[in-house]
Write a protein that binds this ligand. Sequence first.
Ligand code: UTP
Length: 324
Amino acid sequence: MRNSTDHTAAAQGTSASASVKTVVVPAAGMGTRFLPATKTVPKELLPVVDTPGIELIAEEAAACGAQRLAVVVAPNKEEIMRHFGEFEELQKIMNRRGKKEQADKVARAGELIEAVAVTQDEPLGLGHAVGCAEQALGSDEDAVAVMLPDDLVLPAGVMDKMVQVRERLGGSVLCAFNVSRDEVSNYGVFDVVDADASFDGFDVLQVRGMVEKPAVEDAPSTLVATGRYLLDRGIFDALRRIEPGKGGELQLTDAIELMISEGHPVHVVVHEGKRHDLGNPGGYIPANVDFGLHDEKYGPALYPALKKIIADFEAEHPELINEN
Ligand code: UTP
């Protein structure tokens, strides 16, 4: 059994890739689906077992060889950056009390990767948030990775595959996840054709377009977008040229669609594995159960506790037993 961090990138032997220097982490959204918690606590700091989602992303970014995390934050969400700061006094107290493991946990976020803040003054959408991060890129960077802290993609390492695809096919590379047909209406769905190249051990398809939350019968595939993007630097120019959509928000997918319409190659790596959506309580709770069960400290007691909760629930609702 692994501990909670071992469930993530650093422990899974992902190889370093030189091609990603900056990972943009948009974290300036309002987190309304987590109210009332998000009145005072940014959703990116809510823990999966004991580790905030933003730190799990920092681990994934560091494991793929990135040097810098450009965290897009809202003016009232500075607490997120504090998480990457120094806590010398707290570390000292933990060490003095012989709590070495806790002291290491205090230090880890700051040691993983250099985190820099980029401010998004108003929550004008994911596309706008990514656009704000252009200033954080070095002049030598011709591509940028974007990782959404809401999305846990397991096992980690998909960005390494995406880098391989960009190295061979150029353009931009996204990550797709296969869902059952009746789930497609919750997601952005890819319209894909076969790619001109094949890759060892994973599927790659070329993207013709995307349809946001289609009706089941209109969905062009069952491959849906997840929160990992490797985008050509041209994305920033495309973001300046698109119009705001619903709610005045700039959509990242609209900018990607614009690039596709202008002949920019976009491919998807089809991720084989698990995904947890930490952006709403319905996805956050199973993520905690999954990480908790794999945690060497909490897993052994959690397993029988969960079985009991389920048994009690089924006794209350016998009608559900045959349904599932
Ligand atoms: P979401 O739409 O899932 O986040 O954006 P949200 O807006 O915080 O969620 P709700 O709907 O209010 O509950 C996906 C990611 O993009 C960031 C969010 O912080 C989240 O990590 N984001 C979204 C921004 O950085 N800026 C924005 O304007 C919108």
